[in-house]
Design a protein around this ligand. Structure first.
Ligand code: SF4
Length: 403
């Protein structure tokens, strides 16, 4: 498995696969084609179907130059390798000088057709499943955190400190903002008003909801956030950690360690199944975020390695089958509210696990395997295509003529 630096990435919302990945691909393509005077970018599969609502074309125009770039939504083309395919063409004096087919496979990660999906350039983690990791830790009498620190580069704690800083900054920005989110749905931001209620009632849940919504609203408006593990699911981990820091007084150092422990879970899902909504539905995005956060809480609350595994397992198990059907293709409904509700579920999963002796029947590895299989069985209408489910509902706030 890859380093956690590949899982937690800083970037602009609203979607790691539909905004961040295409942005990284365009930037890289531009760097090697500085002389080009025209670009054409074709978007395939899910990128073509929901790219408009996810601002994919916008980030490509911003990166390659609006006046010399054409973005084509080719809904007629879809690759089996991954539903988020895109092909970039560079021209000079009307002559094609370069082309690149690339896939945005989730969490901002890019792959080519000839690259195996499951491997990375360097294997930071030799163990490939939670079972192997738990056995390794048991043998060496180490905690999951110690295991992570053993596998990662020596600067990982500094990296995560920066990650937590960006997470908390996105909360503090989002808590201050009011008004409607960008796009034709005219969804009103809610974090600010819930935060005002928290200031009166000082209730833990109110802060969890406000902080989680704040990140998700920032993400929906193209703000700077951290993929945890994706943009669409970026609210859960920061929202809960912010409340644990501010209400229960956990230090930033402890929060960083908890975020690392949660990251291990995200890494396992990313490498053994998928964290891409276009591939496996929302179970892979918000489900994974909930599982990562449950593990982080179990760590903070003093759980053993087995409690942490159980907390992550419970949280993921009860998201199995969750579809991805964002209304009109915008990462707003159901995404924003779903982050807030999953934050609460992460807390409950951890609390439940800690009350037990850590023994249980279904393992995290079993659930990750089921997630992958369930994702494959999900009809494509429910895998970030906005062709089915909630995506078809026309809201009263919808303004047809916009965009
Ligand atoms: S429904 Fe879930 S997977 Fe789909 S765009 Fe929203 S957050 Fe991402």
């Amino acid at each position: 498995m890859d380093t956690l630096k590949e899982l937690y990435k800083i970037g602009y919302g609203p979607s790691s696969s539909h905004t961040m990945g295409p942005q990284f691909a365009s930037k890289r393509f531009l760097e090697r084609n500085e002389k080009a005077d025209r670009f054409v970018v074709e978007l395939y599969g899910s990128l073509a179907l929901t790219g408009k609502g996810h601002l994919t074309d916008e980030i490509i125009y911003q990166t390659l130059g609006r006046d010399r770039t054409e973005v084509k939504f080719r809904v007629d083309i879809n690759y089996d390798y991954h539903p988020n395919g895109m092909k970039l063409f560079a021209y000079l004096d009307n002559k094609l000088i370069d082309e690149e087919l690339v896939f945005s496979v989730g969490g901002g990660t890019l792959k080519h057709l000839d690259e195996p999906r499951e491997t990375s350039h360097k294997s930071y983690y030799k163990q490939r499943s939670m079972k192997e990791i738990l056995e390794y830790c048991e043998k060496g009498k180490i905690t999951l955190l110690e295991y992570i620190l053993e596998c990662e580069d020596s600067d990982i704690l500094d990296y995560i400190e920066e990650i937590v800083k960006v997470m908390f900054n996105s909360i503090e920005r989002g808590l201050k903002k009011t008004g409607a989110l960008p796009g034709p749905l005219k969804i009103e931001r809610r974090a600010h008003n819930i935060y005002k209620k928290y200031l009166e009632n000082k209730d833990f849940n109110s802060l969890v909801f406000a902080a989680t919504l704040a990140v998700s609203e920032e993400n929906a408006s193209g703000g700077l956030i951290v993929t945890s593990p994706t943009c669409g699911a970026s609210g859960v981990m920061p929202g809960v950690m912010y409340a644990y820091h501010n209400i229960y007084g956990y230090s930033i150092e402890e929060i960083c360690k908890a975020v690392l422990v949660g990251g291990l879970i995200g890494n396992l899902v990313k490498h053994n199944a998928s964290i891409s909504g276009a591939e496996v539905g929302c179970q892979g995005e918000v489900g994974t975020a909930c599982s990562m956060t449950a593990a982080a809480i179990a760590y903070l609350e003093g759980g053993t390695n087995y409690h942490i595994e159980y907390a992550a397992e419970i949280a993921l198990e009860h998201h199995l089958g969750m579809t991805c059907d964002p209304v009109l293709g915008y990462v707003q409904i159901p995404c924003i509210e779903r982050n807030a509700l999953s934050a609460r579920r992460a807390i409950d999963s951890a609390k439940f696990a800690i009350l037990t002796d850590g023994k249980h029947y279904i393992t995290l590895d079993d659930v990750v395997k089921s997630l992958k299989e369930t994702g494959k069985d999900l009809h494509e209408n429910y895998r970030e295509t906005s062709l089915g489910g909630l995506a078809k509902i026309k809201l009263p706030t919808y303004e047809e003529n916009e965009n």
